[in-house]
Ligand binder design. Structure first.
Ligand code: BYC
Length: 331
């Protein structure tokens, strides 16, 4: 483990990390597993950088699921029918479940959940930029399902093959549920698009507002993505941010036609020569502002999360008391 690692002056007087024989063997085994495209499990030796990167990505992902419940939960009481309400409630509950699988996967890397939660509540941890945009109309439930869950699927299906076992396995179930979410969003938009002129306008307006933020979910352009190269070398990420964004654009262009809606992008076209979709330049200044906490809803999302955490204190206390009692009895 890294605790055994010492440093000594190397060539030119620079300090170099020296691995203990135990670490050297661990590193060799780790490299072999990665080269075989096989899986690392929690008890396996892993480099500290790998552990850190995964803890960062998996916990950010978990936070995104939990914060991501808010824009939709906001519409449960205003869903237009009992059927829509039941479906939306099931979807929001699914997101809570995804958060739980992902926190559990992150904990296997050694950081306890209360620490991860603290990072979220104090605003130190990131979560997906998309959830800092407001859900203004019922049609936004359609646009979020179609575009946000659609982008999530495009990004997450390759993560089912992530080299870290608990993360990859959690992603399999999450992706199945995300597919249902995407379809329910598509179906909401389809119904609105085939409805009155006013309903169609509402659907188009929602797509207009969520198009660009959903493309930003894939992260910064490859040239500005500090983590991609190493994460791909470790078989955590399988495709670059731009490659996944491309796939997503190709997917929604066709689906928009079926919906009878347009994508608000005057530059959108397929370039035969490069085999790539050309889309408008995304507003990366806005993306940075959202990540820095200055998006339209950052403050509200965190405040609501803090309140929910406080409101849930009695549940945690009751669960801890029950566990203590059960342990006492067993002893
Ligand atoms: N928002 O080097 P990069 C869902 C950060 S779906 C916020 O490319 P990486 C859901 C990035 O963390 C959404 N931050 O990073 C759907 C890094 O920050 P630090 C969640 C972003 O990790 C429906 C920095 O920018 N999905 O949950 O290689 C309903 C540099 O970026 C974003 C996942 O989390 C962003 N959009 O690639 C409810 C999927 N993009 O930590 C819920 C798993 C980048 O270095 N995660 N950053 O300071 C991933 O696949 C990757 O972490 C990313 C970023 C593609 C997001």
């Amino acid at each position: 483990m890294a605790e055994h690692t010492s440093t000594q002056a190397g060539d030119g007087g620079r300090l170099q990390a020296v691995l203990s024989p135990e670490d050297e063997a661990g590193q060799a085994r780790f490299d072999e597993i990665i080269a075989q495209d096989s899986r690392i499990e929690p008890r396996d030796w892993m480099p500290e950088g790998y552990r850190k990167t995964l803890t960062r990505q998996v916990s950010q992902h978990a936070h995104s699921e939990i914060i991501g419940m808010q824009p939709e939960a906001n519409w449960i009481t205003r869903a237009p029918s009992l059927k829509r309400k039941a479906i939306l409630m099931a979807k929001v509950q699914d997101e809570a479940g995804h958060g739980l699988y992902l926190y559990s996967a992150a904990e296997t890397l050694g950081t306890p959940r209360h620490v991860l939660n603290e990072q979220l509540l104090t605003g130190r941890a990131k979560y997906s930029s998309i959830f800092n945009y407001p859900a203004r109309t019922w049609a936004d439930m359609g646009a979020i399902g179609w575009l946000v869950d659609g982008a999530a699927i495009a990004n997450q299906v390759p993560l089912c093959r992530a080299s870290y076992g608990p993360y990859g396995r959690a992603m399999v179930r999450i992706c199945k549920e995300e597919s249902f979410h995407q379809r329910q969003g598509f179906e909401i938009l389809l119904e609105l698009s085939r409805g009155t002129a006013e309903q169609k306008k509402m659907a188009q307006d929602a797509v207009n507002r969520f198009y660009e933020p959903s493309l930003m979910m894939f992260g910064p352009p490859d040239a500005d993505s500090p983590n991609s190269k190493q994460s791909m070398a470790w078989n955590i990420k399988r495709f670059s941010n731009d490659d996944l964004r491309q796939r997503f654009v190709g997917m929604i262009v066709e689906q928009a036609k079926v919906l009878g809606l347009t994508l608000p992008d005057p530059d959108l076209r397929f370039d035969e020569e490069s085999g790539k979709w050309i889309h408008q330049d995304l507003n990366w200044d806005e993306f940075k502002a959202v990540l820095a906490g200055n998006g339209p809803c950052n403050a509200q999302r965190l405040q609501r999360r803090r309140e929910a955490h406080e409101d849930g204190a009695w549940v945690r206390e009751a669960a801890a008391a029950y566990a203590a009692k059960t342990n006492e009895k067993a002893a």
